[in-house]
Ligand binder design. Structure first.
Ligand SMILES: *Cc1c(COP(=O)(O)O)cnc(C)c1O
Length: 295
């Protein structure tokens, strides 16, 4: 199959004094290892979208994101790998950073648009590509039923059943996909929204799940909102990296992992429980946040 995305993502155990004390076995699904620059979950989210684009005879992927968007970079790299052209609409005034540099390096054409115009993505697409029959619209963040389908496959790769599974949530599409995969398993899913007022992901999850899933929603770990941090979060991330050798970043995986540690500290889990955290990737963004680590 052309769109064999060669997913290899090992599960590793995280050894930590806290987990020993609480009698917990904690593991991490290293989706960050699927690809060097692509957020693991963005790779999964694109899989069926690329197949759909290809089957529709489209050769030019058009998508949308902020200047630090992991989805833009994932699309650029996937487009290069599978022989598509790619264009990314970037929200806001023209800037450069590591993410956009890597997008360009993978051949993506960037079009910067003001925040007002950015709101109507279909209008932007129509305006620029109505005469381009090869153009294929991919929504911001890659959100779609096809994306959820790709994410659900994470579950089939697991070799054991865990009592708990943790995942960081932006839109909630990844969470919905994983919940679909977990449908017949005795695993409690924990969604950790990284945006303020994370209750909104309930609707996203409803939209993309095929049943009525049970899960825990932990809305208190946003640290002020999307890409916001506190010294406490930064300290936690530094200690986590230095004590495990696993890189996490402040936007998604740092908040998810903080939630898991905080709940463990508060005796939320029964002793003897097994817990799997999904490392959704996003590490390229870490380099753009260096200043936050020196406050
Ligand atoms: C985009 C992203 C998420 C969130 O995925 P959603 O499907 O939007 O919830 C989580 N982690 C990382 C690293 C991401 O880049």
């Amino acid at each position: 199959m052309i769109f064999d995305l060669e997913i290899y993502s090992p599960v590793q155990q995280i050894k930590h004094l806290l987990f020993d004390e609480k009698g917990l076995q904690v593991f991490i699904k290293r989706d960050d290892m699927i690809h060097p620059v692509i957020s693991g979950n963005k790779w999964r989210k694109l899989k069926y979208t690329l197949a759909n684009a290809h089957n529709a005879g489209k050769t030019h992927l058009i998508t949308f994101g902020g200047a630090y968007s992991n989805h833009l970079l994932a699309t650029a790299a996937a487009a290069a790998k599978f022989g598509f052209k790619s264009t990314g609409f970037v929200r806001g005034e023209e800037v450069t950073n590591d993410t956009l540099f890597l997008c360009t390096l993978h051949g993506m054409q960037l079009i910067f648009v003001d925040r007002e115009s950015y709101r109507d993505k279909q209008a932007l697409f129509d305006q620029h590509f109505s005469n381009d029959a090869s153009a294929y619209f991919i929504d911001e963040g890659g959100a779609s039923a096809a994306a959820a389908q790709g994410c659900s496959e994470l579950v089939a790769e697991l070799l054991q059943t865990y009592d708990h599974l943790f995942c960081a949530c932006g839109t909630g599409t990844t969470a919905a996909g994983i919940l679909n995969g977990l449908q017949h398993l005795q695993t409690l899913f924990h969604a950790v929204p990284v945006l303020k007022q994370g209750e909104f992901i309930v609707d996203e999850i409803k939209q993309y799940t095929t049943h009525n899933p049970m899960y825990e929603l932990h809305t208190q770990y946003h640290f002020g909102g999307y890409a916001k941090t506190t010294p406490e979060l930064i300290d936690f991330i530094k200690q986590f990296i230095a004590s495990t050798g696993i890189l996490i970043e402040p936007v998604y995986t740092g908040k998810m992992m903080y939630a898991l540690f905080d709940l463990a500290r508060k005796n939320y889990f029964k002793p003897g429980s097994s817990i799997l955290a999904v490392h959704t990737g996003g590490l390229i963004g870490l380099l753009g946040m260096k200043e936050k680590f020196f406050i």
